[in-house]
Write a protein that binds this ligand. Structure first.
Ligand SMILES: Cc1cc2nc3c(=O)[nH]c(=O)nc-3n(C[C@H](O)[C@H](O)[C@H](O)COP(=O)(O)OP(=O)(O)OC[C@H]3O[C@@H](n4cnc5c(N)ncnc54)[C@H](O)[C@@H]3O)c2cc1C
Length: 479
């Protein structure tokens, strides 16, 4: 059979999967040929080093998956609208489908693209699928937006519907495929330098691995999730965040699996479902508050005198995992080596940076954006503003985590710390040594060096943070 009908273009972005993909399914259901496209545009160009490395791998894997259903991934570089217009002209397609995004950069791009394509008579249609709830569907009784997670959760908890889980569609190929760029020519992983090899040992990629991870988690680990999710040495968390970030698994599928576990009476299932809703809440906040990643959400905090100098020796010690505070340094090294950091430790290192070191939360947020393989603009911004005390529903600034007390509580046997710190140990663990393989040589750090003394005493840091807070508060009250 020849394909005379105009093909449908499916524009993939952070949704690199075949299953539960409403835009792809809708394209397949037209019965027309489908052309899957990825565009490396100006929005993708802003990604950090680890994100670039991760999405290079994700694109390669997704391209292989498409081949298995008789299709392929067309890669193009340039402004999204220009590229789509070129492809429409080249292929005779009259339809473009995609899955919606919710952060301001992507919303602005997609809104412009949709309007321009529609003006040319193209059927341009976006679909839900990245979140459990479209942000505009969750409103307070007065029609406003929720600012507190617990109220948001209450509003959606009972009306949650997982949605239909869709099978992999069979995709009709066009008679002629448009040309594609070679992924290697984009050199996406180059900024990871020698860290890329180490990162590869700690990251699995792609839809098949995502589904296997969800299955393993809900079968073998979810029953420990409630009790152990705060212990950084435990494997009780799902490890799904990079797959969710790159859309290699649908949030609806994770929700359905969590619900099934809840119905089976598994401890931890409700907690897991609540955490999935935190992800929705972050996107919701960013959709309503477009400056979540740039400006303090609480307006009064915009005058807080954070230290802003990225060259400050304290900030440099923090990013290098050389603060002399073992749990903080262990977390920063886990981040560099794996592209991940345990949630409890993310909170501790963020608190230490913004309080003990009094540094601007945006410096930390940007470093995370460069290093995380699960970097998500909304979850990252919400996490940092929450810890720094300037976000909605935030932990108050004067609640200063003591990293040593946190260690005693959450890593009493120091299993996590020993996993990531090598200095002073007679037989350091391979993971701890791999940090020195990954970091740039210009950092000039060695496993044989002495472990540093604390750059700031914990009591002194806490007192400094509270003093700065009181002075700032007094100055505002005096105005
Ligand atoms: C300062 C800071 C920065 C963060 N930056 C990011 C980020 O860039 N990307 C990111 O995905 N998460 C971020 N988080 C949230 C959280 O740390 C990670 O989602 C979690 O550690 C991922 O591990 P997991 O998949 O094993 O999570 P699990 O505990 O198994 O949770 C399941 C899923 O729920 C979601 N989730 C869990 N906790 C949160 C949370 N607090 N906020 C939003 N979603 C959550 C994630 O999608 C996660 O994969 C940040 C948290 C903090 C405190």
């Amino acid at each position: 059979m020849t394909n005379l009908e105009p093909p449908v273009i499916v524009w993939f972005r952070r949704d690199l999967r075949l299953r539960d993909h409403a835009a792809l399914t809708a394209a397949a259901q037209t019965g027309r040929p489908v052309i899957p496209v990825f565009i490396f545009d100006e929005v993708f160009e802003t990604l950090g080093a680890a994100s670039n490395w991760r999405f290079d791998q994700a694109l390669a894997t997704f391209g292989s998956s498409l081949k298995k259903v008789g299709s392929r991934l067309i890669l193009r570089k340039g402004p999204a609208l220009t590229v789509l217009q070129e492809l429409l002209a080249e292929t005779g397609a009259t339809t473009v489908y995609w899955q919606r995004a919710y952060d301001p950069d992507r919303v602005a791009r997609d809104t412009g693209v949709k309007a321009a394509l529609k003006a040319r008579g193209v059927e341009a249609k976006s679909f839900a699928g990245a979140l459990l709830h479209e942000p505009w569907t969750v409103q307070t009784g007065q029609g406003g937006d929720y600012k507190v997670y617990s109220a948001f959760r209450r509003a959606v908890w009972h009306r949650l519907i997982a949605g239909e889980l869709l099978d992999v569609p069979k995709l009709r190929a066009p008679n002629t495929w448009p040309a594609s760029a070679a992924l290697a020519s984009w050199s996406l992983a180059k900024s990871m330098n020698r860290g890329a090899q180490v990162l590869a040992q700690h990251n699995s990629v792609g839809e098949a691995n995502a589904l296997a991870k969800l299955d393993d988690f809900t079968t073998n680990r979810i029953s420990r999730y409630q009790a152990e999710r705060d212990l950084p040495a435990s494997d009780a968390c799902s490890g799904l965040s990079p797959f969710l970030t790159w859309g290699e698994i649908s949030i609806a599928r994770c929700w359905a699996a969590g619900q099934k576990a809840a119905h089976q009476g598994q401890d931890g299932a409700d907690k897991f479902l609540s955490e999935l809703l935190w992800r929705d809440f972050a996107a919701y906040l960013m959709w309503h508050h477009k400056k979540l990643a740039t400006v303090e959400w609480r307006a009064e905090w915009q005058s807080f005198p954070w230290l802003k100098n990225a060259d400050h020796p304290h900030f440099q010690a923090w990013i290098r995992g050389r603060t002399g505070v073992p749990l903080v340094d262990a977390g920063m090294r886990e981040l560099y080596v794996t592209g991940q950091m345990h949630n409890r430790v993310r909170m501790i290192v963020a608190s230490y940076l913004t309080k003990h070191l009094q540094m601007d939360w945006r410096l930390g947020m940007d470093w995370f954006a460069d290093c995380l393989t699960d970097w998500d603009p909304a979850s990252n911004a919400m996490g940092w503003q929450w810890v720094a005390g300037c976000g909605p529903d935030a932990s108050p600034y004067f609640r200063v985590f003591n990293p040593e007390t946190q260690r005693q509580k959450f890593d009493p046997q120091e299993h996590y710390i020993n996993r990531w710190l090598a200095e002073g140990r007679s037989t350091p663990e391979p993971s701890a040594l791999s940090y020195f393989e990954a970091v740039p040589r210009t950092w000039q750090i060695s496993a044989d060096a002495d472990y540093p003394a604390p750059i700031v005493g914990l009591s002194e840091g806490r007192a400094g943070a509270l003093g700065r807070y009181e002075t700032w508060k007094d100055s505002r009250e005096g105005q």
